[in-house]
Write a protein that binds this ligand. Sequence first.
Ligand SMILES: Nc1ncnc2c1ncn2[C@@H]1O[C@H](COP(=O)(O)OP(=O)(O)O)[C@@H](O)[C@H]1O
Ligand SMILES: [Mg+2]
Length: 281
Amino acid sequence: MVADGPTSAGAPIDILGVTQAFRSGGKDLPVLDDVSISARQGEFVALIGPSGSGKSTLLRLLAGLDKPLFGEVYVGGAPVTGPDPSRPLVFQDPTLLPWRTVRQNVAVGPQARGILKQSRGRIDAALELVGLTEFADAWPAQLSGGMAQRAALARALVGDPSVLLLDEPLGKLDALTRRVLQGELLSLWRERGFTAVLVTHDVSEALLLADRVVVFSPRPARVREAIDVDLGRPRDQSTREFNALRRHILEILDADQTGPDRDRTARADHIARLDDKEVLT
Ligand SMILES: Nc1ncnc2c1ncn2[C@@H]1O[C@H](COP(=O)(O)OP(=O)(O)O)[C@@H](O)[C@H]1O
Ligand SMILES: [Mg+2]
């Protein structure tokens, strides 16, 4: 329960041989190709890959919004059969209802489940967790981008998630707000103990936050590599180790974009240039 302080609520994840395709224009569009990813209880996993490779598709499977064509998805040892408040999905766009206050937005889930009355404490606790207590009665239009995303996080936390699914949640925020929210996300993860799956296109963000970074190939996505981030916390982006990991991930992504036939020197140059950019896709 949110109101009861920290729980060891994290659930392990097992994605086993998942293949997904969509029917598009009379043809099958393969999106995920035999993808297997596991996460330990309470692990923070970042997922990075080219635009359109299938990252959001994978999160939707974990959220129970879609079913895979082949393969299995388990959370906490049980197959995922549908959406559940214990597996909320947070999007890039906070999608707050404009005619509801911040508190009423956070209350949407409990209200829909008919447990609004007994959830008052949890709603207040969720608002407190994201630092929005003073803005509980504000309207979404009155919030900054960062505050709106905090409200979206509170809405996800109110269900006491065992798995928090994050689809580029900080993607639209300015660099400074983004840094602040990265820190807050990390504190929430530490405090609440949920397993986190963060889709991001920012290699540094993945390395700042995650225990492990899974790199996807272009669509149909296969797991190119899963990289353990053996760096202590808090992390320092300026260290040699951090930059070695960053360079390694950029190399994988860049090799996919330029193709295997390109001249190796040209590719190395390209990587050096990419190195100066945070954002890849
Ligand atoms: N419901 C759907 N129907 C048809 N095509 C889809 C559907 N959902 C996603 N796609 C396609 O699957 C591919 C992967 O999408 P997505 O998972 O959103 O990629 P990413 O999040 O990595 O950018 C894209 O080509 C997208 O157009
Ligand atoms: Mg996406």
